[in-house]
Design a protein around this ligand. Sequence first.
Ligand code: PEP
Ligand code: MN
Length: 222
Amino acid sequence: MLSAKTLKSLGATLLRGGAFKPRTSPYTFQGHGEKALVWMQQAARCHSLNTISEVMSAEDIPLLSHYVDVLQVGARNMQNTHLLKALGKQNKPVLLKRGPCATYHEWLMAADYILNGGNTQVCLCERGIRTFESATRNTLDLAGVAYLKTITHLPILVDPSHGTGLRELIAPMTHAALAAGADGTIIEVHPQPDQSVSDAEQAIHFSDYASIIDRYQKTTCT
Ligand code: PEP
Ligand code: MN
């Protein structure tokens, strides 16, 4: 509730929370499941925010759809064609994250699985790819954002949180993403970033989020 209230006041429009989380390790926090969707829905309603959460299987679509406004397909499921076909039959926007090793073509073909089913509400999300570099969690491919803008009409968001894995890089990569033509960003924010049960190293505090947003509010006003 605190996050919803604070982020709304700072200009956020979409509240994202993982209830069913595809963690790399089965020994780490896996999400609170359905009850987390209830919490998020209540917080979002109180503060007029839309919501998004990850759906990991076609069978879970009805449950997620009951609670959220946008369905997220995570990087690990970008080529889960069974899930993509099922999402093609939904009347809900879908955020399709790029697979960690997917080419632009493979990513767009994954989007086509959804579009061809009749669901035209697809948004891409660049979240970094796997390269030889290990200093950052992934390699955020902003050239891909600029390139895709030349070949597809689909909107593209950038996720600098998973794209870098480092909170110090969230502000510069957010600004760079918007300069590259991204339609928006999704950023992991936490009231006490170091205490986050998931991805603490990449979570930023409300005050850091405010500084990022402030730059655009100033730009708009001048
Ligand atoms: C997430 O958005 O919470 C997530 C797990 O990201 P990704 O699918 O990009 O790894
Ligand atoms: Mn995460």
